[in-house]
Write a protein that binds this ligand. Structure first.
Ligand code: BES
Ligand code: MN
Ligand code: MN
Length: 459
């Protein structure tokens, strides 16, 4: 049986989906692309828009400066003796290119096929909106029964470069018993989930090979000096073996093996490789031999080229020895790989394999460790109850392949675990053209957030 007040709140949420959708459209229409310098004013406008919604609902709100884009911090009236929850999300979004692949424009939010289409719809504005709207619904009933601090940052998609300093500086203001992040997925539509593990990340934004001081005629000079494109391809091509394993020295040293229990649980999840292949239109799934697709995605480390650049890219042909070749390379990490150790191993491996007829330059953009939270804690069980109230179903427990660096930071700086309650769907096209957020997920997610604020009373 749900408590009377929660029933009222859920009724309020269900009774004003049109209004909620209209507000979300305003949020999504602001092009808050954090990585592009010319979007600075949009970032501030987006933070201010969000702050205004919360101010209007009676929250104590500030748009706080950081070393980069501002963060929004909002609190209800905190009372002594009640649990405090820190809800984190991000209002920044990924770039929208290639624009011509969008059916409707990325910053003209449009509802079709039961979903809201816009950049940021699922990642993460739509999910942030679930919490904000649930909080506003609670305010109409005297406020949530626990202390809530909402932190919405504007730099997640660029690796949260200023968040650590911000959290450290505002540690007292952000003090909490548990953190909540809604920036992940359901297992599938109608199968809500709590995520208990995320992969970590190490990202090299520059792996560059150079030889001669300039581009050269490939006939006049070819065969006399090295071609950086050839050499970069060889280096990068050497990083996997025939079993799909990464060949960076010592790469697997600290990897924690999957437990037989975990493998057995995952084998029971409804999963079909053929359907996966069909949905992604790939000829065949691929990856490290000896592991299932879910295992590879959730619990095995990877290395991937994210960008590759060299030589002539225009139409037709040009005979040239490129003066340089560069790539962006990321590695997804799993427990207990240490980002610093992996960086050192990556650099050592490349330098050892790089021949002396070219020069190699490396630049690391940053790293974050993988996350694993226990599934038998009190908070996570209360979160499962909240999902049941929101979706009418108990959640599945799963891990995810993506990364959310802030989770490790909360553990380190605030000493708290994070509940990963995500409402996205795998086919939401996050970071891709035609990003969307399912309208059922929006409502179920808002209901779940509403219920969570009640359930966490028991923490
Ligand atoms: N929300 C995503 C991560 C995510 C999505 C995790 C779906 C699980 C399921 C987040 O915004 C993101 O894109 N993270 C980046 C890392 C960041 C440092 C740029 C990632 O995983 O690539
Ligand atoms: Mn996100
Ligand atoms: Mn993202």
């Amino acid at each position: 049986m749900l408590p009377v007040m929660l029933k009222q709140v859920l009724k309020t949420i269900d009774g004003r989906t049109d209004q909620s959708l209209a507000a979300l459209k305003e949020f999504l229409a602001i092009p808050s692309v954090s990585t592009k310098p010319d979007h600075g004013p949009d970032m501030l406008r987006c933070a201010t828009w969000l702050a205004d919604q919360l101010k209007f609902g009676g929250f104590d709100v500030s748009v706080m400066p950081t070393g980069g884009h501002p963060a929004v911090v909002a609190k209800n009236r905190h009372e002594k003796g009640r649990p405090t929850v820190l809800v984190y999300g991000h209002y920044d979004v990924q770039p929208v290119e290639p624009l011509d692949l969008w059916t409707t424009k990325p910053f003209e939010p449009t509802v079709r096929n039961g979903a809201m289409y816009a950049r940021g719809a699922a990642d993460d504005k739509g999910q942030v909106w679930c919490h904000v709207d649930a909080l506003l619904a609670w305010q109409a009933h005297g406020g949530p029964p626990i202390n809530v601090t909402l932190l919405v940052e504007g730099e997640e998609e660029i690796g949260s470069p200023n968040l650590k300093a911000f959290v450290t500086k505002n540690r007292d203001a952000l003090k909490c018993d548990v953190a909540v992040v809604s920036d992940t997925n359901q297992f599938a539509k109608g199968i809500p989930a709590i995520t208990y593990g995320l992969r970590g990340l190490v990202y090299y934004d520059m792996v560059k090979v150079t030889a001669a001081k300039t581009d050269l005629h490939s006939g006049l000079f070819g065969g006399t000096v090295a071609n950086p494109a050839n050499e970069l391809c060889k280096l990068l091509g050497s990083l996997h073996d025939e079993n799909g394993r990464v060949t960076v020295d010592d790469f697997y040293d600290d990897v924690v093996d999957l437990t037989p229990q975990e493998r057995a649980e995952w084998a029971k999840l409804p999963w079909d490789d053929a359907r996966y292949e069909q949905e992604l239109a790939v000829p065949k799934a691929w990856g490290e031999r000896g592991y299932t697709t879910l295992e590879r995605r959730w619990a095995r480390p990877t290395l991937d080229i994210n960008g590759l650049n060299s030589g002539y890219q225009g139409p037709g042909a040009k005979t040239v020895l490129p003066g340089e070749a560069s790539a962006k390379v990321s590695m997804r990490l799993v427990p207990n790989q240490d980002p610093q150790k992996i960086m050192a191993a990556f650099e050592r491996t490349l330098r050892a394999r790089c021949p002396d007829h070219v020069k190699l330059e490396l630049h690391c953009h940053g790293g974050a460790p993988a996350v694993l939270v226990r599934t038998d804690g009190k908070a996570i069980q209360l979160a499962a109850d909240a999902i049941e109230a929101g979706f009418g179903k108990r959640p599945t427990f799963m891990r995810e392949g993506g990364s959310i660096p802030v989770v490790g930071m909360f553990k380190q700086e605030l000493g708290v675990d994070t509940l990963l309650l995500g409402f996205g769907l795998e086919d939401d096209n996050v970071h891709a053209p035609n990003e969307k957020f399912d309208l059922d997920a929006l409502q179920q997610g808002t209901r779940t957030a509403g219920a969570l604020y009640e359930k966490l009373k028991a923490l």
